[in-house]
Every structure is written in structure tokens, then in C-alpha cells.
Design a protein around this ligand. Structure first.
Ligand SMILES: *Cc1c(COP(=O)(O)O)cnc(C)c1O
Length: 232
């Protein structure tokens, strides 16, 4: 289990090096540790090594893990990064701090209505289908402004930025293109609508450097920390 701390140590070196290469301050990139499919004890291990921000893909698994780790709740930030069906929104609204996978207004409205008054507003990223893959979830770029405008007006949500999962690509140059497109889309949408989205949720174990070069502010990393996941 000491390998989790060692992997995190190496990963932070990768992040530091990528920030240096991009002429960006190291504090401008935050790490989200993606703990999907890994047990609560793995989260405890990463937390003991200094991590506070964790991402889950599957709603029920995430809710179970949040409950299991209730003793650490005040020092953890939980992010939902996987698809969310509207009929499962209530549990998410009550338990998570961030949702990165909002891609339609109806879901955003439900999260806003269901967010308990005792909690701060839900922090939200809009998921964009940046590679134009028919099978992928996410709003298409042309529809983003309308969705962003509507979500920004919901009372119990705070619109923080954009999230994407680009199609896998080989080589840094090819990997940079969709990340650049997402960064430009956020800048343009902010300008057009007078918004101040500040979060670019992009970059995973395999394309983290490319994402940081293009302005990622939150990288989502799982396998480089915990090892490879069993295939579902
Ligand atoms: C699993 C997952 C990650 C982490 O991927 P790794 O390749 O394990 O780093 C990041 N983002 C999303 C949306 C994921 O589902």
C-alpha cells in the first residue's frame, strides 16, 4: 500500500514538470484523485499522503464510499465525474461537492432544486463532447452557450467550468488539440456571456501533460496512482 504514496510523489513531480514546461505556476493545477473501482482504504491511504480531492464515476459506488469514509468527510472534497441519470440526482445533490458531468438543463435543474440549503451551492462543470464522438455523452460545442446561460442562473449551483474526455490519441501534439479546443471554448463562452468560469477539468493519466500545456486547472488521475483497474 506504500505504493500509493510513492505513486503520488511521482505524479506530483510530473505535474510540476508539466507546469514548468507550460510556464505556469504549480498551484494553478489541482489534482483530483480518481478512486473509482478502488476501495475506501485506498482513499484513506491517498488522504494520509496529503490528498483531499477525490473523483468517482459510478453514483452508487461513490455514495457508498462517501458513507464509508464519513469520519473524514470534513477534509475530503467529492467529485462526480461519471454519467448521472436524472432519477439518481437527489443522492448526488445531497452527498457530493462537485458534479463534472452536467450535460443537459433538466439534470442541472434537478440538482439545483435538490441541493440542501444547509450545504454550499453544488459546484458544477458542463461536460462537452469535444471530440464529436457519437457514443460519448456531453453537450456539443454549438449548444454550450445556451446551456451555460441557463445553468449559470440556477440558484443552488455554481457554474465553475468545462469538462471533457477526449478520444484517446497518440503523441503530445495530437493530444493537445482537443484540450486546446476546450480551453478556447471556455474563454469564448465566458466572453460571450459575461461569465467567469475558472475550471478546465481535463487530463487523465495518459494525457495529463498535454492537458496542462493547454491550460487544464484540474487533472483527473486514477491509474497512475492506484494501478490499473479491473476491466468492467
Ligand atoms: C476513470 C476516469 C479518469 C481517470 O482515468 P485514468 O486513466 O485512470 O487516470 C478520469 N476522468 C474520468 C471521467 C474517468 O472516468
Amino acid at each position: 500500500m506504500a505504493t500509493i504514496a510513492a505513486n503520488l510523489y511521482q505524479l506530483h513531480h510530473r505535474i510540476d514538470a508539466a507546469c514548468t514546461a507550460a510556464s505556469r505556476p504549480v498551484q494553478s493545477v489541482t489534482l483530483m484523485v480518481v478512486s473509482k473501482t478502488f476501495p475506501g482504504d485506498a482513499v484513506r491511504e491517498a488522504h494520509a499522503a496529503g490528498e483531499h480531492r477525490f473523483g468517482e464515476n459510478y453514483v452508487q459506488e461513490g455514495l457508498d464510499k462517501i458513507a464509508e469514509l464519513a469520519d473524514l468527510r470534513s477534509s475530503l472534497e467529492w467529485h462526480l465525474i461519471g454519467p448521472l441519470q436524472s432519477n439518481k440526482s437527489r443522492g448526488v445533490a445531497e452527498a457530493f461537492d462537485w458534479v463534472h458531468s452536467v450535460d443537459r438543463l433538466k439534470l442541472a435543474q434537478r440538482l439545483s432544486e435538490q441541493r440542501p440549503a444547509s450545504l454550499p451551492p453544488m459546484q458544477v462543470c458542463l461536460q462537452v463532447n469535444i471530440s464529436g464522438e457519437a457514443s460519448k455523452s456531453g453537450v456539443v460545442p454549438a449548444d454550450l452557450p445556451e446551456l451555460a446561460r441557463a445553468v449559470a442562473s440556477l440558484p443552488r449551483l455554481q457554474l465553475r467550468g468545462l469538462m471533457a474526455i477526449p478520444a484517446p490519441a497518440e503523441g503530445e501534439q495530437a493530444q493537445r488539440l482537443p484540450h486546446r479546443a476546450l480551453a478556447e471554448l471556455m474563454a469564448r463562452t465566458n466572453r460571450q456571456l459575461g461569465l467567469s468560469m475558472d475550471t478546465l477539468s481535463m487530463g487523465m493519466s495518459a494525457d495529463m501533460e498535454a492537458a496542462i500545456l493547454e491550460g487544464a486547472t484540474m487533472v483527473r488521475v486514477g491509474s497512475a496512482i492506484f494501478g490499473s483497474r479491473p476491466r468492467p
